[in-house]
Design a protein around this ligand. Structure first.
Ligand code: MG
Length: 159
C-alpha cells in the first residue's frame, strides 16, 4: 500500500459568549467559534483530511449535528477517535499541513502548543504538523470577521 493524501476544509461563524478553541487551544479573544461541537475548525479540517486520505467519508457523516452525543464535543477527542478508526483500516497518519484563514486574532504564538496537541492526537511529533495563518486581506466573510476558515492536507501510510 502506498502513501495517500487527503484534503479537508472547515469554516465556522464567530459569535459572542463562546471560547475560541482552535487546535485544542483556548485562544483569548472576545468571540468564539459557533457550532454543535466545540467549534474547533482546525481539528475538523484535519479530521476530514485524514478521513479523505483513507477514503472513509467525512466528519459530518461520522458525527452528525443532529446527534446530541456530539453537542459541545471535544473535537480533539473526536480526532483521536478517527485516528483509531483509520488504524483499524490499516492506515496511520504521517504528517499534516494546515492553513488557518482568520482576520483576527493573531494565532502564530499558539502554533507550537497546537502542533503538540494535534501531533499527540495523531501519535506524531509536533514537527509533523505544519501550521500557517493568513488573513483574507479584509475581503469577504473572513475579512469582515464573521468567521474563520481552515484548510488541511494530511498523508497516511500503512500501519
Ligand atoms: Mg466544523
Amino acid at each position: 500500500m502506498s502513501i495517500r493524501v487527503g484534503i479537508g476544509y472547515d469554516s465556522h461563524r464567530l459569535g459572542p459568549g463562546r471560547p475560541l478553541i482552535l487546535g485544542g487551544v483556548t485562544v483569548p479573544f472576545e468571540l468564539g467559534l459557533e457550532g454543535h461541537s466545540d467549534g474547533d475548525a482546525i481539528a475538523h479540517a484535519l479530521t476530514d483530511a485524514l478521513l479523505g486520505a483513507a477514503a472513509m467519508g467525512d466528519i459530518g457523516k461520522l458525527y452528525p449535528d443532529s446527534d446530541l452525543r456530539f453537542k459541545g464535543a471535544n473535537s480533539i477527542a473526536l480526532l483521536r477517535e478517527v485516528v483509531g478508526l483509520l488504524r483499524d483500516r490499516g492506515f496511520v497518519p504521517l504528517q499534516a499541513d494546515i492553513t488557518v484563514i482568520a482576520e483576527r486574532p493573531r494565532l502564530g504564538k499558539f502554533f507550537p502548543e497546537m502542533a503538540a496537541i494535534l501531533g499527540g492526537a495523531l501519535d506524531l511529533p509536533a514537527g509533523a504538523i505544519g501550521l500557517k495563518a493568513k488573513t483574507n486581506e479584509g475581503m469577504g466573510f473572513i475579512g469582515r470577521g464573521e468567521g474563520i476558515a481552515v484548510m488541511a492536507v494530511a498523508t497516511v501510510g500503512p500501519v
